[in-house]
Design a protein around this ligand. Sequence first.
Ligand SMILES: Cc1ncc(COP(=O)(O)O)c(C=O)c1O
Length: 425
Amino acid sequence: MISRRQFIKSTAVAGLAIGLNGKCTSEKNAIPSLPSEGDPQFWSALRAQFPMPPGEAYCNTGTIGAPPTRVLNRMIDHMRKHAVEIAHCDWSDGGIDLLSGYFPYVELREKIGRLINAHYKEIVLTQNATMGMNFLANGLDLPEGAEVITTDKEHSGGRSGWQLRAKRYGTTWRQVPISVPVEDPEQIIDAFKQAIGPKTRVLSLPHITSGTGTILPVKEICRHAAEKGLFTIVDGAQAVGHIPVDVKDIGCDAYYASPHKWLLAPAGSGLLYIREELIDAVWTTLASGQWDNHEDNGFRLTQRGTGNAALLAGLEEALDFHFEVGPDRIHRRIKRLGDSFREGLVAIPKTSILTSLHSEMSSGLTTFNVAEMDGKALQDTLWEKGRLQPRSQGARGVRFSTHIYNSPAEIDKALAIVADLAQRI
Ligand SMILES: Cc1ncc(COP(=O)(O)O)c(C=O)c1O
């Protein structure tokens, strides 16, 4: 019989796994040890750690990340092992971790805590950013007539929970306008300062806006809000795994994210942080046996019944990969590629860039257009001519993401296609 702890260990240290191509691949020691990140060989060796065929450039991490092969293998191994050995499982002590939603996953939550600088008891496992946001909109006690302030650039996953609450309970919500493009962080800080009124109780804003990839000055806004005694929530769906995130430094009360984007975790991975002093007061939306466990509030809010534990194994593998490559190195690479793409676009006539060109307000996302093309047509042209896959933003053009699996050569190729379009249209 396999106990829960033995099962977790045996899947975590499996040295060999069957790769996509059917060959045995080593799950560990995957990070190439080359002299420096400035060496292009380092990045091409790292690119080989992804199952995407060479010659295809994935430029849509803003929607969902491309998981490394070892993340994929870890999930597949986990599911296969469960399917093969299911009759050997000892359920007498509550079962192995295969039920996912019933166990505290302390080690995993500690790793997430290490990533964003929080204690594991402040970390809730969710399925995505949308779930984190809804847990907050549903779970906070607010006085009658309370006002929630968001921006007018929220993703529906950052906004709809507040709209629901407004319709159901009469909480009001207001949207602070964010200009496009933003020229200066002060613009945004001032807009929030002006928007806060006597009834405001909550600020809820994105760390990086979904549509244009603009990094908002969340630290300054949270500091100001804290002076006014407001509850501050940051939507980090586009930030975790992309730019450095330190929730204590930001000073927010809650932070939620979708590690299946920039952290390259499997789809269906989510995290929610709530500050230790405040988490006790947040009601759980999904109640199961731990619903009133105020000893480990993160577990109380995590518990959600049976799920797929292979996803959590994949999330853990993605965290290990991220730490091994190095969060700072990843951010520098993403930012350098994004900056060089924007610099190239600025020099091409007929292009418009909706992402902020302020160096502190942009990184791996660039929303742009050329000669007011339809976004789908621009997306299709980039694919047909260069095997580059960004995401259409309709009339606003396309959103182009750069991650560690992208290269300077892909940036050059995209710029050449855009320059050619600008000439011909
Ligand atoms: C800023 C922002 N918030 C929330 C979401 C919703 O993410 P998910 O679908 O993973 O819940 C997204 C998705 O793109 C986003 O960009």
